[in-house]
Design a protein around this ligand. Sequence first.
Ligand code: GLP
Length: 251
Amino acid sequence: MEIILCGGGTELARAAADVIKSQLDKKPDSVIGFATGSTPLGMYKRLAELYKNGEIDFSRAVSFNLDEYYPIKSSDSRSYHKFMYDNLFRHININHSNIHIPDGETDDPERECAEYERKIEAAGEIDIQILGLGRNGHIGFNEPAPELYAKTHLTELSHDTIEANSRFFENESCVPRHALTMGMASILRAKRILLLASGAGKREAISSLLSPYVTTQSPVTMLKLRRGVTLVCDNKAYPGEYKNDGGDKRL
Ligand code: GLP
């Protein structure tokens, strides 16, 4: 695993955006897996800036988002549809017919999930999957459990996640209890993975990632089963010693 250790949010955003830029420079029709949450926000802002400066081109890119609450209307201000359009898609030149986000309005979640998997396969699989992580080690909405789903599925959110995400809703009871999420295999099949972590709240999850173990009780640890993972992490989330020598550090 490549680890890019950053002193703060701006560095993290730039380092992460550079990874996406080099992916698109290499393969302009890349299939990109996007994530939501506050961690990737700086990177999305930086990508929009790069686009404005004419330094990045999304015109041939295809996107698949990791997850969406269920049920939720795509027009709902808390939906991940709205999040992605507001924070990224409206600010770059991605072709809107190339955007895929699980449909939180479907009346047939099982069919929607099967269809989503089929579309990822038909697109030739994901070239680079961006991931944030839950403080409990979840990726997408794959919550700690004795068994994890392989493919895109309807899942129940853990109490920890409901509590963590209640900051986006009026109160905890308004957070949807379910979500549609890519499964572990859908994520692990990506050709490359870019994991972002910032803040002390993620330190425990990062410790489990850096431990010698793999466990379904911390789904992020399953990233150790493969190569091609880059962790971009700030000093607060990093459990080891961090020396600020003025630049990002490649461990
Ligand atoms: C949600 C998303 C995850 C994301 C997580 C972290 O639970 N489903 O994909 O990684 O939030 O969010 P934040 O970056 O705000 O801590």
